[in-house]
Design a protein around this ligand. Structure first.
Ligand SMILES: [Zn+2]
Ligand SMILES: [Zn+2]
Length: 86
């Protein structure tokens, strides 16, 4: 999952929103629930797909980078992995 914590701020109260309201740093939309704002940011603002290596925890922003990584570091493992993982 993409890192989105830096896109969320929490209203300290005293303003126009109840204390603890989550505010989207990108478009200033407000949400009462942390889950709602996470869904909002992932759906609306996270445009970069993240590809995760099947063999280690490396992540890549495009498919080609993952492919390069796998063929460089996990070639043997990849050869043996013929079963679809879902
Ligand atoms: Zn937003
Ligand atoms: Zn890897």
């Amino acid at each position: 999952m993409a890192k989105i914590a830096h896109l969320i701020r929490v209203d300290p109260g005293g303003g126009s929103h109840p204390k603890g309201t989550r505010i989207c740093n990108v478009c200033n939309a407000t949400f009462a629930q942390i889950k709602s704002i996470e869904d909002h940011i992932e759906a609306v603002h996270v445009k970069i797909p993240v590809y995760e290596c099947d063999f280690c925890s490396e992540t890549f922003t495009y498919r080609g980078a993952k492919h390069n990584h796998v063929s460089k570091y996990h070639r043997e493992q990849n050869k043996m992995k013929n079963i679809p993982h879902y």
